[in-house]
Ligand binder design. Structure first.
Ligand code: AQP
Length: 332
């Protein structure tokens, strides 16, 4: 079976709808057909200032949400990044292969460091994409299911895998991004020109899956649409409605064309009411299941411990090969 690897940050507490539709939903599907490795990337979470107790709680919360979304520890390997020390170890090697200018061109770094101020941004934030390279290469992943915002980091991963293989001999699988066109970028409900994101969206534009379902329904009903009243998919001319159609279509498994038909002659209100209902139907059991996993931390921790053990077996083998290739003297 081909292998997939992906990760999610435990920074914000609740996952948002963009995380789910853009990434996690695909993870659940891919565990059926692929040898799947998924992790909560806590090393990435400290690239911006964090509260230690909150980080610990959010790491469990992220794992609980992944299980609630449908990850099955019998079908995939679910673990916490810091439980597998090889990530940081391989990242150092990859840091030494990455050009300073190359890392400076990463748009996520540019955006995030501009927001924090260049002096405040940490070196960790700067090398975050290189840690991500190590995350992926350690597992010899063939594909990486992510949202569109991660495409540039996967390109960097490919470049560095090629560079390492070229310089030291075949070692790493060169991975491909796995980005579904329909849900590659879910937009902010209030500003459909920007992606839904925990840092850039306003509370009204961001759907957190663990929010009160009623509040979520309200946000859907007050989503920005367009000036005319036609319900039609046109990402350029009608970004607000198109975003709602994408979300509705994915959550209910109904094609966009079918939805357009269904709403001929009806106003935006009808679409929003139905979508709000579909959303409540989705988030209510999701919240309940997340809480069930949180209520049983022993089971949760034992799932993560087993996952880390499986992950380490793969990661250690790859790291040993990489260390040998670069010329480190083996420890006796
Ligand atoms: N709006 C989105 N549409 C589609 N996919 C998205 N992802 C994030 N936002 C969208 C995907 O979710 C996965 C996990 O993301 P992450 O843990 O790296 O979180 P993030 O990218 O930090 O999430 P945000 O909200 O986008 O954070 P900020 O505001 O800090 O940039 C990834 O696969 C990502 O592509």
């Amino acid at each position: 079976r081909p292998r997939v690897l992906s990760g999610i940050q435990p920074t914000a507490g609740s996952f948002h709808l963009g995380n789910y539709l853009g990434a996690v939903r695909q993870w659940v599907a891919l565990q059926e057909s692929h040898d799947a490795f998924y992790m909560v990337v806590d090393l990435h979470a400290i690239t911006v200032p964090q509260d230690p107790a909150q980080l610990r709680a959010n790491t469990r919360l992220a794992a609980a949400q992944l299980l609630a979304a449908g990850l099955d520890p019998e079908r995939c390997t679910l673990f916490v990044q810091s439980h597998v020390p090889e990530h940081a170890q391989l990242a150092w090697v990859m840091n030494c292969l990455t050009g300073f200018g190359e890392a400076s061109r990463m748009t996520q770094f540019k955006d995030k460091s501009a927001k924090q101020g260049a002096d405040r941004a940490s070196v960790g934030l700067f090398t975050y994409p290189v840690l991500q390279v190590a995350d992926i290469l350690l597992y010899q992943a063939h594909e990486v299911p992510v949202g569109e915002d991660q495409r540039q980091h996967i390109e960097l991963t490919r470049d560095l895998a090629d560079r390492f293989n070229g310089r030291f001999g075949a070692t790493f699988t060169v991975p491909k991004p796995y980005i579904l066109k329909e849900t590659a970028k879910i937009y902010d409900l209030q500003d459909p020109a920007i992606k839904m994101s925990k840092s850039a969206s306003t509370p009204k534009g961001l759907i957190n899956l663990l929010d009160e379902p009623k509040a979520t329904a309200k946000k859907v009903k007050s989503a920005v649409t367009d000036t005319d009243s036609e319900i039609r998919y046109d990402a350029e001319k009608k970004p607000g409605v198109s975003n709602l159609l994408t979300i509705y279509s994915t959550l209910t498994g109904t094609g966009i064309a079918e939805l357009e038909q269904k709403y001929v002659g009806k106003g935006y209100g009808a679409l929003k009411t139905d979508l709000a209902e579909a959303m409540v139907e989705f988030v209510t059991p999701f919240r309940d299941r997340t809480q069930e996993f949180l209520d049983d931390p022993e089971t949760l921790d034992s799932i993560l411990a087993k996952g880390a053990e499986k992950a380490r077996a793969v990661a250690a083998e790859t790291l040993a090969q990489a260390y040998d290739k670069v010329g480190f003297l083996p420890a006796k």
